[in-house]
Every structure is written in structure tokens, then in C-alpha cells.
Design a protein around this ligand. Sequence first.
Ligand code: NAP
Ligand code: HSE
Length: 438
Amino acid sequence: MPQKLCIGVAGLGTVGSGLVEMLIKNHDDILRRTGREIVIKTAAVHDLSKKRELPAGVALTSDVMSLADDPDIQIVVELMGGTKAARHLVMRAIENGKSVVTANKALLAEHGREIFALAQKKNVAIGYEASVAGAIPIIQTLKNSLAGNHITSVMGILNGTSNYILSEMNQHGFDFPTALREAQELGLAEADPSLDIDGQDAAHKLTLLIRLAWGRNYPFSRLAVEGIRGLNPLDIKFAREFGCRIKLIGQAREVDGKIEAGVFPALMHHTLLLARVNGAYNAVRVEGNAVGSLFLHGLGAGRRPTASAVLGDLLALARRSAENGSGDNTGFVDPLPDAEILPSEEAVSPWYVRATVRDTPGVLRDIAAVFTEEDISFAQILQKAKENDRVPLIFMTHETTGRAIHTAVRRLEQSGTLLVPATCFRILGSCGDEAEEI
Ligand code: NAP
Ligand code: HSE
């Protein structure tokens, strides 16, 4: 029987319900990775009359402090938001020797100093990966992976709601209120969306990043913060004419031993990676004296992406408290079985094929016949100018296997239709559409 890890979840809104969903969906993977059965004993909400999707046996309460006081609960997961009730809950949980996982950047930006101090005194862990940039693992990256660097700069797009609004205004000409309403419907925005559009949410996150990058408490109240509330669509239009996009940026850098930091809207040339981060995506660029420049990109808000980060923290704590030393090395509890392998020839994608043929009638028909027999369908065909009776033909196919492409090409080479071996490349993403997020 796997050991149980008993948790209490405060909040079943966007993030809390995403956590419950992923705990159920990924149950077997989680068990393999931790050797623990993660069981929600109690979930706390405001309104007990709302309908909730919960596994059998989960108790529902509106008394959030009962999670901190329940001796069976080992980890308190705080997903309520706000700073008042959340602060009481988190401090009491730590006081009672429980580790805490939270997505609450406002709480940690404004009360982080006392929370981390108490956690250190009580020797408990605070997991807060979900508090900055949603699914992007920037907390672990700064805390562990880049710990051997002296960090010189951290900058990024840290608020999904603002970025969504700016992208919709830029790409689809939406007005501000419509784009904001969509962001709210998608579960990106804070309960009070002025935190998003006035830049406070990005500033909360920047405060946490400064703490991690330089080991300094930068008072949140001292950050220069400007949001996008008053943005005029004309500026988005004019910026485009200069090849630029307007983005809400959080930036902190070291200048002569001091930290210069703020949140502000800025123009960025469209060729820069940050300018190409669209929709609910966030990105963070870190500069360090060993790593150089590192760029992380991913969904910065929303139900599942945020639950992903919460789960990462929960699993790390579950592993830490389980008696399974080997799991620390591979990430799994048991010795690893051999992988079942799908040969790459069976992988499916669109393909690019460049064939060199004699420019005579019927060549295209012969190629089309072989491709049809191999069940390959063309998306586009291009014929370039001929050279000495030889003409390059370029085929972009719809999705097919590498096996089908290579069989067709081999047959055409053997039949003498191709004058030289064809050049074949897989196409990743779609060539016809506008590039996706980056
Ligand atoms: P939400 O949808 O508003 O959900 C909040 C949940 O907390 C609701 O279930 C609510 O109960 C409950 N709650 C609020 N106050 C309570 C209290 N005093 N006692 C008991 N229950 C209480 O919020 P969310 O979007 O999930 O965000 C939660 C936290 O994650 C916030 O700190 C937010 O900043 C952070 N975060 C959110 C995202 C995102 O994409 N949404 C991403 C990263 C981080 P009812 O259901 O009864 O109203
Ligand atoms: N409201 C936040 C955002 C949620 O839009 O980025 C993620 O922290």
C-alpha cells in the first residue's frame, strides 16, 4: 500500500479546481514519481452551496483555518488569493509545522519576509512555483539551476491578462474592455483585475524574482509601477508602423551594485523574442555571469498551467517526505522499465520534399501516382526555373509518416524519375499560418 500524503486545499476556483482535476487525471504518474498517494482530506471555499467536482471523501468547509489546525493534514495548499485570510492561514499552518504550497504572489511580495522567517524557524518548506509566470519553472530555475551564477538582469512578460489584452488589441483590433472580458472568461485575471491591468500583479512577481535573483528584500511599495489601463489603441497602431509591439514588461537589473527595477509598458521590435510572446503566454529572460542569457517561455496563467506548477511543488514535497531515496535521482520511485519505442519512421508530420526531375510531360503525373499509392497528399507544389533540362519540384505534403515519404522517394529514384536523390525534411508546425507563439 502506498504511503498517503494528506493535504488540505484552500480555494477551489480557477487554480484549485485545476489542481483537483490534474490530481485525478495524473494519479498513476504521480504515484510512480513519488510512491505516495496524494489525498485531499479537506477543501475550503467561501460559498458551500456552489457545485464542485471533487473526488469522493473530500470534506468541504468554509472554515479555512481548520486546515491549518487539522493534525492529519501534512501540507496546506493555499489557492484563495488575497492577503488577509491567506496570511493568517499560511502563518498558522507554518506555526503548526506544516509545509505550504501557494500560488499567491501578492501574499509573498507583501508578507514574504515574515512568512519565510517563520518557515525557516519551523523548518518547513514553502513551495511557490505557481506564483510567478504560471507554468514557467522560474522559481526553481533561479533557486537551484542558476544558483552558481551572479545574476545581472531579470526581465520578462509577467502578467498573462495584460499580455492577452495587448495581443488581442494588436492582432485582432479588439478594444480594451472586450479583451479584458475575454481574459476574465479564460480564468487568467485576478479576482480584482485592476491588479493585472495596473501592473501590480507583475510588480508582485518582480518582487519575488528580485528576492530569488539577488537575495535581497526589495520592498514592493518602492517599485515603480505603470500598467496598461490608459493605453491608446493609436499607440499600438503607430508602434506597428515602426515594426514594434507594445508589451507590459517587468524588469530588474543590477547597476553599480544597486538594483534598478520597475514595471512599465514598452515598445519592442517585433523581431525580439519578448515581442513575439502573445496571448496568455509569459516569458522571462535571465542574464547571469556563467549562463549568459536564458529565455523561458510558457503559459503564464490559467487553470491547468498554474495547476502544473502547484503540482510540481507538491510532488517535490511528497518525495522529500517519502522513504524512497532512489526517486531523487531518476524522478521515479521504482527501477525504470525499458521504454516502448515508436520508430521515428512511424512518426507523423507534414513533409517538405525537393525532387530534381527532367522537365518533360508526365513527370508530375508519375510522382503524383507514387505519392497517391503511398497515401501521401500534397498541400502545396512549387516548380522553380529549370537549369540544363533539370527542374526542381518542391512538394509540401499534409501529415504522413517518414516511412511513406522515404518509400515514395525510393521508388521514384529506382524508376529513374528523380535525377538525384530527393531532399526531405519534416515540417514542424504549420508553414502556411502565422507562426504561433514564438
Ligand atoms: P479564484 O478563481 O477567485 O478562486 C478563489 C477560491 O478561493 C474560490 O474557490 C473561493 O471560494 C475561495 N476563497 C476565497 N476566499 C476564501 C476564504 N476566505 N475562505 C475560504 N475560501 C475562500 O482565484 P484563482 O484564479 O484560482 O487564484 C487563486 C490564487 O492563485 C491567487 O492567489 C492568484 O493570484 C493565484 N494565481 C492565479 C492564476 C490564474 O491563472 N488564475 C495563476 C497563477 C496564480 P468560492 O469558490 O466559494 O468563491
Ligand atoms: N492574473 C495573473 C495573470 C494570473 O494574468 O498573469 C497568473 O499569475
